[in-house]
Design a protein. Structure first.
Length: 264
């Protein structure tokens, strides 16, 4: 398991370095531009990531020193402080906050990466380092895309993170999808991804589930893996859909799938 944590922490490092470089180059007009997160401008996305880094670091330190999670009052105080910042302050403060969290993860030895359990405050039980770090990687990767797509409609998720996040989306697919958005259910699809190459079944029945490929699918979705992740999280507008995405079989359209996954 520590080897898996190693890969996730390495992806956090590369993601942080990339966003830190981008954030340092953003001017006042850039920071108030609408982001890929419909209700936030770019600075608000950076604020969310910066405050999240502080809260995640506090949870990690609480696990290491035995004091536990600091609780919701602490989280609210962090959010309030970041909300009160100007757009420029948010961009400037994000970099050291994110750096502190990534550096602390990197400092953990192999035994700690294997044995430590972290109380994140919103799950029924503490989780291991790999799980906590992957949750941060997910948040960081998708919101980095929210920043980048404000300036480049062809932006994609970080390749270093894509493969690591596929299992997490699979576990949450029932909460992400709305099967009742499609008429004439059930509909059974094969999803075939590239980078990495995978093939699995997507079942739109009473609920949305993933599983084995159906022997006789109603449709086949061929897509880069990063767009599959963006589809599942609602980051799938036609302007952000690469030419390599194809849906064949005639049982439903890409717009049908977009309705199944409206985002949060």
């Amino acid at each position: 398991m520590s080897e898996h944590a190693d890969r996730i922490i390495a992806a956090l490092r590369s993601g942080h370095d990339h966003l830190a470089s981008l954030a340092r180059g953003l001017g006042p007009d850039d920071l108030t531009r609408r982001s890929g997160a419909a209700e936030w401008d770019v600075s608000q996305v950076l604020s969310h990531l910066g405050s999240g880094a502080e809260i995640s670091l506090a949870a990690l330190e609480g696990a290491l020193d035995g004091t536990g999670n600091k609780g919701m009052d602490f989280n609210k105080s962090v959010w309030a402080r970041w909300d009160a910042m100007s757009p420029g302050e948010r961009a400037e403060s994000l970099v050291p906050a994110s750096e502190a969290l990534v550096t602390r993860y990197e400092s953990l030895d192999a035994r700690t990466r294997e044995d430590l359990r972290i109380d994140l405050g919103f799950l029924p039980m503490p989780v291991d380092v790999a799980t906590a770090a992957r949750m941060r990687l997910s948040e960081f990767t998708f919101h980095t895309w929210d920043v980048e797509v404000a300036f480049d409609p062809a932006a994609v998720l970080a390749p270093a993170a894509t493969g690591l996040l596929l299992d997490q989306v699979a576990m949450l697919i029932g909460h992400m999808g709305r099967a009742d958005a499609v008429k004439g259910r059930p509909v059974r699809l094969v999803v075939r991804t590239t980078a990495p190459e995978m093939s699995f079944g997507l079942d739109l029945g009473d609920v949305v589930t993933l599983g084995e490929e159906p022997a006789e699918p109603d449709a086949v979705l061929s897509t880069p893996a990063e767009w599959w992740l963006r589809l599942a999280t609602g980051r799938h507008a036609p302007a952000y859909t690469p030419a390599g995405v194809a849906l064949t079989g005639g049982a439903l359209t890409l717009d049908d799938l977009r309705r199944v996954f409206p985002g949060f």
